[in-house]
Ligand binder design. Sequence first.
Ligand code: SF4
Length: 269
Amino acid sequence: MTYVDTVTTIEAIISQTQGDSDRFAETLRHQGIRHISFSQVAAVEACPQRYYLQYIRMLDPDPMPPYFTKGKLFHQALARSYQGQMNGQPVCEDDLCQAIDDECQGDSRLHLHNAVQVHLANRWADYEVVAIEQPFVLQLDERLPPVVGVIDLILRHNADYAVIDHKTGHDFYAPDVLQMAVYAEYIRRSYGDPACEFYYDQYRWVRNLARIRKPAFERKQVSVHADLWQLSLARLRHGSAAIDTIRTTNSAPKSGECFRCPYRSICWD
Ligand code: SF4
């Protein structure tokens, strides 16, 4: 099968999974359809062994770190909130917290409730919601497998677009612009090259909003210029070549920062 055929297969999966980004990602993973993504490249750059465990052996971290579950629940709450905005039926704080209360308790519940409050105070209320958790596939060049991704949020204000990625964590981290460079290319090809701005909405987990010394939210705009695209393409090619080596040899060196890796209990058992 050529990569052109693979793109067609992935487009069919996007259509079948009807915007369910988790099902889209799981289908790609379990059917072993060759593709690369920002997450795969970031994983192989962080540690080839991590890529091997996650994408070849398809292992989940054990135990699953709480921040995985918390981040996923918050992304679901944000998707519900922006879906309500898209439908002209805003979802209230209590409704957004309902699913959270069903799934977690203690500090995690406090963090998520506070993040929902922060979101409602900072949401993109004046924008039209164009798409939420939008899966896509791009054929960038014939040497690269298709590049896939899921964009958290696409907005429009008059003729101008904005792309938003949501991040969560105990602190604000410098975003990896490779992700936005790929999103920019998708927007350019799919929406007729409009004016578009790119933002990371970063939420910091806090227990008590009344007692914080630094903000619980940061909106960071990213400039996606032509040089960045060339650098990003080079990173994708380099990452793809490293992944090919791992797949061919069915092995990978251990060379990451183990102290903060969720795979360390599996890796060093
Ligand atoms: S524990 Fe260390 S060697 Fe193992 S996957 Fe994580 S970073 Fe790599």
